[in-house]
Design a protein around this ligand. Sequence first.
Ligand code: IPE
Ligand code: IPE
Ligand code: MG
Length: 233
Amino acid sequence: MADTTKNNPTGPRHIAFIMDGNGRWAKERGLPREHGHRFGVKAFRAVLDHCATLDIDAVTFYAFSTENWKRPKREVNAILRLMDSYLAECEKKIDDYAFRIVFLGDKAPFEGARRTRMERLEAHTRTRRRILNIALNYGGRDELVHACNLLLASGKNTVTAADIEGALYTKDSPPLDLIVRTGGDLRISNFLLWQAAYAELYFTDILWPDFGPAEVDAAIAEFHQRKRRFGGV
Ligand code: IPE
Ligand code: IPE
Ligand code: MG
């Protein structure tokens, strides 16, 4: 990956967002949870557009976890429909898009037109330098199990850290610098378990539909105040 760090010497080069709080946002307004997800997509667009203007090499969004299938069918279907319309919109505007799109997670449950569209978006944007990772049916544990199975299938019986990194869904992304979680909960919820090893963590009580460019800038400003030691002194 080409080095753009001269324009952004202190990073972050890779930011990941845990987009949490859509359901509570809707509840506060007396609306069904599905409406929260609809407004969540609006916030996602605004944050992504803002990230495109910043000197960041990769941005990752946690959209649907391997555990989110436990939710009521009605809510899961609403999320999948929102995802379909977002992917259709992406496909239409694909040539204006600043990013290479990569889906993190197991695509197995996605079939037919949805699966084809995901693969087309990935293939069509493959040569772009900056990466947009969309974590869909993603779990950090699942990613590590998947990586182990890939390595076993390749015939390895001992592995190095570099082998594991090369078998993760994020293999083409730069190291993760910053995780931002909205919605007030202080946990990772099975997100980027390997990649988070030395990422800075930023938590805010703001619910995802209320999160926007100004809050991204606040998280980056806070990142610049942190002293990263990576185990050194
Ligand atoms: C995050 O918002 C979106 C997804 C997990 C798909 P939630 O739906 O988890 O909202 P809360 O946390 O219940 O408020
Ligand atoms: C994390 O949020 C998953 C996504 C944002 C997609 P959850 O709402 O699923 O996390 P928990 O259940 O509060 O840990
Ligand atoms: Mg939640």
